[in-house]
Design a protein. Structure first.
Length: 522
């Protein structure tokens, strides 16, 4: 009898929900079955599902204070006209959101109506919080989160895309100009929670942004159509964007090139008259481009990067829309390393517990290996010796415990190991490699766990400059000595094994793990 009663209650409850239970989400589905969305009664998205290839997947959406889409500081409710239209008022300004399927895509239509005589002036931004959940705080859910890989305002439209670590993509675009955009951060940390569109904003803004969306005249209305579309591969993003924005879409095969290096540019457009394309440098001088190869609605250009280093803007104009891409022609890679050395010597490398205060020594020493300069090396050595005397106890050969050197911080030890390797590379002095080997043994002894990970307490320090990289650099130099010296052969084997175990642990766990900071997807 109890089971029958439970079934009856469940059925009655289901009918109530479908009939419009107060507070129950509203629904909208793609006519082609490509997406479905549930919408909260305040106009924000409760759940979004999209088809990527043949896979139906949830696109995580926030349900906390950063849920959205939502106008910042404005409470929305059903307008009473269309169940998928929501409105809110602040003073004499009406804010609205409406959901629709437009050309097969989920489209959010955001609007502002100024009911007073005087103009409405944005102070500073009139913000729409999107609400898509970017926050990567739990390794179990990293691969579900769509990160804001690229967001870009053009003078005539807006576009971008969110991508998860599995390679699935949600393209976002508007055929209407958007003043600016911003990330939402979690507190004062570096995790991004969601993205915001500042549909209007005060000046100054970057020059490529629209410059006129600062105010709304009395009695006027502005609307923005914001479309979301699932994309299964990165090379399909430009096609999705030009169809959403009705604007030419530019894709460079590289955004940085050496002088004279071949660059390929693809311009997607709607058909009809092809876009007018030009390339200009920072002075406004126009640089010639070859005739394109036409492939349907795609124009393909292949050209040599200009011989003069600098930034070049590529503009495509068609149908009243302008799109921009940027190409940076770099100087030789060695120029940047030499500049880094000059700055490392100009700026004080500070003896302190935070390793970031002394990272400039890496540039100073490694530049010497490729660009020998006796005077620079002498200066580097003098400054490093002064730094080392403050940080390292001559009795133990390792960090002082009585000074703020943070000796229990694994990455401080691994960085000092790395600096000693760089010092040996620059000077050729075997004593520096001997000392680096000692620091490596101490680092392994104190911080490497049976599973191979380098940890301290609950925190993990196995990846990148936190341990493995510097051990591998040490082994690179130890191998030369190991060919003729059994002692160095044993050291090289010991350090190589430690690095390989750490790398194997990273490959198995597929994540860096926790640190004293905010871990996120690695």
């Amino acid at each position: 009898m109890k089971r029958i009663l439970l079934v009856v209650v469940s059925i009655i409850g289901l009918q109530w929900c479908l009939a419009g239970e107060p507070g129950a989400p509203l629904s909208l589905e793609s006519s082609k079955g490509e997406w479905s969305v549930q919408i909260n009664r305040d106009g924000s998205i409760k759940r979004l599902q999209m088809i990527f290839g043949s896979v139906r997947k949830d696109v995580p959406w926030r349900q906390d204070a950063q849920r959205g889409p939502a106008w910042a500081g404005i409470a929305l409710s059903s307008s009473g006209q269309d169940p998928l239209r929501f409105e809110g008022r602040k003073d004499t300004i009406i804010y609205s959101l409406q959901y629709a399927e437009v050309e097969g895509r989920l489209t959010i239509i955001a609007g502002i109506r100024n009911e007073r005589q005087a103009p409405f002036v944005s102070q500073p931004g009139t913000r729409l919080t999107l609400g898509i959940d970017h926050e990567m705080s739990d390794p179990r859910h990293y691969f579900e989160k769509f990160f804001p890989t690229l967001l870009r305002c053009e003078k005539s439209h807006f576009w971008g895309y969110f991508q998860n670590p599995n390679g699935q993509i949600v393209a976002i675009g508007s055929p209407d100009p958007v003043a600016s955009w911003a990330y939402g951060y979690l507190g004062l940390g570096h995790r991004i929670t969601t993205s915001h569109l500042d549909l209007m904003h005060t000046l100054p803004l970057p020059l490529r942004h629209p410059q006129t969306l600062t105010s709304l005249a009395g009695g006027s209305t502005l609307t923005w159509r914001i479309a979301l579309q699932p994309v299964s591969a990165l090379d399909q993003v430009p096609k999705a964007i030009f169809r959403i924005c009705k604007a030419p879409s530019l894709a460079l095969d590289r955004t940085t090139a050496a002088p004279g290096e071949m660059v390929e540019l693809t311009v997607e457009h709607e058909g009809g008259l092809p876009p007018v394309l030009k390339m200009v440098d920072a002075t406004g001088k126009e640089w010639p481009l070859p005739a394109p190869k036409i492939e349907g609605q795609s124009l393909r250009y292949a050209f040599s990067a200009p011989e003069v280093p600098g930034s070049y803007s590529l503009y495509a104009v068609a149908g009243g829309k302008q799109s921009e891409a940027l190409l940076h022609v770099r100087k030789p890679w060695g120029w940047y390393l030499q500049q880094a050395r000059a700055e490392a010597l100009r700026m004080q490398q500070k003896p302190m517990q935070h390793r970031e205060g002394w990272l400039g020594f890496f540039s100073a020493y490694w530049a010497q290996l490729y660009f020998p300069d006796p005077a620079r090396l002498k200066e580097t050595e003098e400054k490093f010796q002064a730094f080392f005397q403050v940080m390292v106890d001559p009795e133990t050969g390792f960090f002082y415990n009585s000074k703020p050197t943070w000796p229990g911080r694994p990455q401080n030890s691994s960085w000092m190991l790395g600096l000693l390797v760089a010092r040996h590379a620059a000077t050729g002095n075997p004593e520096h490699l001997q000392r680096a080997s000692q620091w490596a043994d101490d680092f392994i002894r104190r911080f490497q766990q049976p599973n191979g990970a380098f940890t301290h307490g609950k925190n993990s320090y196995g990846a990148l400059t936190l341990g493995s990289k510097f051990l591998m650099e040490l082994v690179w130099f130890e191998r030369k000595l190991a060919a003729t010296d059994p002692a160095w052969q044993e050291r090289s084997r010991r350090h190589r094994d430690a690095a390989e175990r750490a790398i194997a642990n990273l490959a198995e766990t597929k994540d860096l793990g926790s640190t004293e900071g905010e871990a996120t997807y690695e």
